[in-house]
Design a protein around this ligand. Sequence first.
Ligand SMILES: Cc1cc2nc3c(=O)[nH]c(=O)nc-3n(C[C@H](O)[C@H](O)[C@H](O)COP(=O)(O)OP(=O)(O)OC[C@H]3O[C@@H](n4cnc5c(N)ncnc54)[C@H](O)[C@@H]3O)c2cc1C
Length: 343
Amino acid sequence: MRIAIVGSGVIGLSVALYLSLEGFKVMLITRNPQEGASWFAGGMLAPFSEGLEGELFEFSYESLKMYSDYVKLVEEVSRSKIDFWKNGILRVVLKGEEGLIKKAEQYRERGFSVEILERMDYHSEEVVSVIRYAEEGWVDTEHLMDALLLAMENSGVKIEIDEINKIELKDERVESLKGIKGNYRADYYVFCTGAWTKELFDVPVYPIKGQAIKIKAKPVDVVNYSTISYIIPRSRYTYVGATSEDVSFLGGNTVGGLNFLCGNAIRVVPSIAKAEVMSTIYGFRPATPDEKPIFLLGENYCLFSGHYRNGILHAPITASIAKSLIKDGVKSIYFEYFSQERF
Ligand SMILES: Cc1cc2nc3c(=O)[nH]c(=O)nc-3n(C[C@H](O)[C@H](O)[C@H](O)COP(=O)(O)OP(=O)(O)OC[C@H]3O[C@@H](n4cnc5c(N)ncnc54)[C@H](O)[C@@H]3O)c2cc1C
């Protein structure tokens, strides 16, 4: 069976990998393998720090539990190493944010691993305490994306660089995809088009821009997730994120954005003021009105989009949902939870 996947972010690449390993003939069509939000994400795997609830929490937590096996699989197929840390994240509590402790206690009552600690030496006096969510972790997203692209090569996925601008439908079935360079036909189609999904489907997915900076210093050795800033250590530098801006697809790093990032990071960890800036980056999160994904299921196609702030975390579960659907005909309950009927 021939599968065509549109989009080469973490979702499209992970779906392509899982399906190609099942023996499907997979073609991945993407406008630009470097433009996806996935390259610019912090890579935090943080359903607790994000304070998620309900089915979005269940979905995210299930994916967190799959992450070690997922990274191992991508490493094996790509024959490359991905930096991945799984020893917990610190949720920083600032003055006036005592509600976060209450939330942490609720997670603890449900049996999750939660520790409430005093602030660290490197914190400012604005930090009241920290919550350690031991089950969380983070991944170097550039390593992950590089490895996924290598895995495409090693598992026989054919990549076409093209922009799909029309889906030809007949009797509810996709007949073909029209691109700028050519037309594409397959037996089944999977759309993973991130923040650009609305160009192809009438669904409420829109871009929320996030700016971030990389600094040369290593002021912390674990992710410090605060309401105003994320400080994420990687092996060669520290990632400081992120803004959240509703500015459509307006690109670039702005003075206001960098001011926000630097000022807030210094408020949490003052020594960051002395760090050398290495580079600045930005990307577009695929947002929806209620911040939950949108999954669509058609006769011979499906769509996985709207992963918003947690798409890196959601990659393994989304890919396994696609695999169960296409290989075994099993329709995940998440097609109902994340259906666009809810709007
Ligand atoms: C600053 C920032 C920080 C973030 N931090 C985290 C984090 O810590 N943890 C986390 O889990 N998530 C994080 N995210 C969110 C995460 O990056 C996204 O949810 C995730 O990357 C979405 O993946 P995707 O594959 O759906 O989309 P994308 O990675 O955006 O990929 C979409 C792909 O589709 C292609 N495409 C679109 N339309 C077409 C078309 N018509 N034809 C052909 N190709 C097309 C694009 O070229 C692109 O390759 C962050 C995002 C940002 C911006």
